[in-house]
Design a binder for this molecule. Sequence first.
Ligand code: PLP
Length: 377
Amino acid sequence: MTDATIPALVPGERLLCGPGPSNVHPAVLEAMQLPMNGHLDPDFWDILVDLVTGLRSLWRRPQGGLTIALSSSGTSAMEAGFMNLVDPGDTVISCHWGFFGSRLNEFAQRVGANVIELTAELGQVVTVDRIMEALAAHPDAKIVSVVHAETSTGADFPLAALAEAMRSSDSEALLYADCVTSLGGQQVDADAWGIDYGYSCSQKALGCPPGIAPVTVSGRAVAAMQRHQSAVPYYYDFEELSKYWIDRPITYHHTMPILQYYALYTGIRLALEEGLEARWARNADAGRYFQDEIRSRGFELLADPDHQLVELTAVKVPEGVDGKEIQGRMLREHGIEVGGGLGPKAPPIWRVGLMGVNATRETADRVLGAFDAVLPR
Ligand SMILES: Cc1ncc(COP(=O)(O)O)c(C=O)c1O
């Protein structure tokens, strides 16, 4: 028998300006060609020590708690926190206003939580006051979960304000924050704000390939994980993971995707060398520039202007225009990926992301130029 062969890979060049992944930084790609160590090589453990320092700087949690990364995409970290923190019947105040918040809500239900849902229209966010009222009505709540940057709508939630309100209340609820699109692209201050369980991804503002999820757990959330009763899937058990990431001598947990961690290491090093404040300012400048320009062409944005993300802009598809066709032409004729609406409830929108290396006015101009070329004014 002759086994069929497959052709050599020839992926097309793309400018990735959708909701993620963004283009990988060239230095990150280079790092993935460095000599690969094994996951039980003591030299790799030293790399991990530096990586943890970098992750801590990125999250702004220089010490305390647990800050590591999961060898799987953002969704895994979304779910892992509930699996490690919530026992059936625990109350979770689940705030959602888009696809990712709804998914987080589903994960809370899957672990058997008593889920109190607070929702808002697409493009809006639930107010901090409403969340604090719900907390007052449910003083036993264990977790308040929110999405900082809702990539499905472009809505930016005032996480700092919620964190401050929770800190100054009597509530002992843990703050559970999806920072998948925000970490590295806008301010995220785990310690100063008091994020108890925060998670992100590698493929957006950090400019790395997809597949790794940075996670930070506060000291009190680590204590809550230790009190947690239900069985936790081994792969996502933070107690087991910390025996590999933190404790020495190391205990084998799983074979790490080493080259992906070289990539993350380099993406974080570049972010810290640029300076987090400078990076947030670059992202804000590119996002606001794109938003001003697209609005000046007569397009409307989905998100409430008071809650407009910088990393992602959801542009409403004008009536009479086939959004999918335009998206396809951007890709085929200009090599530019932009996103469409996500999920069955999505209105007709294009989602334009300027993240990582693409958070520049030059990239914004390339996307605008392509829109100008394919869209009749
Ligand atoms: C806000 C948000 N949360 C969670 C996720 C899931 O992350 P991943 O696709 O890396 O699993 C995404 C992905 O786009 C996201 O934008």
